[in-house]
Design a protein around this ligand. Structure first.
Ligand code: URA
Length: 217
């Protein structure tokens, strides 16, 4: 299935929550290596029907360009595809209802790396992860959908969080700079020593993360 068809299906699904807001499906290159996933559109995104076009989005887009990439080389979307009122966080029901569409969007795009922005998006892939502890680490998640497939996840702080303080901004930018190397690692399948490091996790911590997460660096 193509993304255009999926967008039509979402647009026609009257069982979804937040129908009073505009649909913000996502944009970019459907053949990309890197897929950024935020939480839900805000006011600017709702107006423009485009993801990440407000202040936080400008930071995200600037960081992409500073890597020497074009915004049109990657794909940017959100878990929840319509704006919650007053820019509140998306609730569990909203996330649940939009999830199947995100899953299909990911399947169609089939990126090398997924970059969840912020904890809501990160916890969709890595339910036990903690954003400040685990942002900037590369994870492999095994999916069992008609055969085993690995997806690679590099969680980052939400750019809106980065805008709130110098320390968070530094963390966000430092992680961003790791993205090209992470992509190379995934493409080459060479995780060498870093695999060993993850084996050295303290037993208790390892147990906590082992079911869903396989940290690669
Ligand atoms: N924050 C998000 O999570 N997504 C957007 O599209 C804009 C702001």
């Amino acid at each position: 299935m193509k993304l255009e068809k999926l967008e039509l299906q979402i647009a026609e699904d009257k069982g979804l929550p937040l129908l009073e807001s505009n649909l913000v499906f996502g944009e970019g290159n459907p053949d990309c290596d890197v897929l950024f996933i935020g939480e839900a559109p805000g006011l600017n995104e709702d107006r423009e029907k485009r993801p990440f076009v407000g202040r936080a989005g400008q930071l995200l887009r600037k960081c992409i360009r500073e890597l020497g990439w074009r915004e049109s080389d990657v794909y940017i979307t959100n878990i929840v595809k319509r704006r919650p009122p007053e820019n509140r966080d998306p609730n569990e029901e909203e996330i649940e209802k939009y999830k199947p569409y995100l899953a299909r969007q990911i399947e169609i795009i089939n990126p090398k790396i997924i970059v969840p922005l912020g904890r809501f998006s990160m916890n969709y892939f890595l339910p036990l992860a903690k954003i400040t502890r685990d942002q900037g680490k590369l994870f492999r998640v095994e999916k069992h959908a008609g055969g085993r497939v690995s997806i690679y996840i590099l969680p980052m702080l939400h750019p809106a969080a980065a805008l709130r303080g110098n320390e968070a901004m530094k963390m966000f930018k430092d992680t961003f700079l790791k993205l090209p190397a992470a992509l190379e690692k995934v493409k080459s399948g060479d995780f060498g020593e870093t695999k060993e490091e993850s084996n050295k996790e303290p037993a208790e911590k390892k147990k906590k993360i082992e079911d869903v997460q396989n940290k690669l660096f």
